[in-house]
Design a protein around this ligand. Structure first.
Ligand SMILES: Nc1ncnc2c1ncn2[C@@H]1O[C@H](COP(=O)(O)OP(=O)(O)O)[C@@H](O)[C@H]1O
Ligand SMILES: [Mg+2]
Length: 250
């Protein structure tokens, strides 16, 4: 059985998509067969892999509605060993389609079942909300990685996620684990250092020792349509994601 990670935080701009793609590339370097799935109607992951969302005819939305088997929606990427299920704005309709269905929160888990054997790792990149799509990811995952930007209000977002995780554990996924990743860390500011330490205190056992510093290298990599691990292979940022992959140990 593959490990399944969900990258979730209802705040946008905290590094969910960057971490999804960078982590995928870091695991793929070790020969792991990785499946990345874009669960955000804004399709940041799809774009960052070099696809034009609005030109895609078949997307993960069809997997949610049952129109297509998930397997038929998987496409290759430029990154060796990384396969992908894209999204576009169609996915914004999934919420309305699923709510009211029986066991709507298991839709993704059930859809993934037939492809589990083809991958060593599945990474689900969630939208910036805690609605139907993120709940589906939390039910399907074994571990939710919560990126927290080392800035004001980071911990408020964490509280809301923890309360959803508690509900998901109680009703659908008893074994769901939480790991907290500090992102966009700027050690030059006192504020950055204070939040960095505060997250560590609050996160306790859930804290990942690896953290990701703020650097312009990510913007450069995104513009080039490549994960940082390939774009700037020797950079500190690429190295940080390799360390993260090691710490997550699949
Ligand atoms: N460690 C980092 N340092 C600098 N910029 C980053 C870093 N991580 C992400 N970014 C940039 O911040 C923006 C938001 O990141 P993204 O991963 O898309 O967040 P989310 O998916 O949570 O909305 C993107 O432009 C991305 O390139
Ligand atoms: Mg995103």
């Amino acid at each position: 059985m593959p490990r399944i990670f969900a990258l979730a935080n209802q705040k946008g701009g905290v590094g969910k998509t960057t971490t999804s793609v960078s982590l995928a590339a870091a695991f793929a370097e070790h020969g792991k067969r990785v499946l990345l799935a874009d669960l955000d109607p804004q399709a940041g992951l799809t774009t960052s892999l070099g696809f034009a969302p609005e030109q895609l005819e078949h997307t993960i939305y069809e997997g949610f509605t049952g129109v297509s088997e998930l397997k038929s929606l998987i496409i290759p990427t430029q990154v060796p060993n990384v396969a992908f299920i894209p999204a576009n704005l169609d996915l914004a309709g999934a919420e309305a389609d699923l709510i009211g269905e029986v066991a709507w929160e298991r839709t993704l888990k059930d859809a993934l079942a037939p492809v589990l054997n083809d991958h060593d790792l599945i990474i689900l990149d969630c939208p910036p909300s805690l609605g139907v799509l993120t709940t589906n990811a939390l039910v399907a995952a074994d571990t939710v990685i919560v990126p927290l930007q080392c800035e004001f209000l980071a911990l408020r977002a964490l509280k809301q996620i923890q309360s959803i995780v508690t509900k998901v554990r109680r009703k659908a996924n008893l074994e769901l684990k939480v790991r907290i990743l500090r992102t966009l860390y700027d050690s030059r500011t006192l504020h950055g250092r204070e939040v960095f330490e505060e997250i560590a205190r609050v996160a306790g056992d859930e804290l990942l020792a690896t953290y990701i510093k703020r650097t312009v290298r990510f913007a450069d990599a995104a513009a080039a349509g490549k994960p940082i691990v390939l774009y700037a292979s020797d950079s500190e940022a690429a190295q940080a994601y390799r360390e993260l992959a090691e710490e997550l140990n699949i």
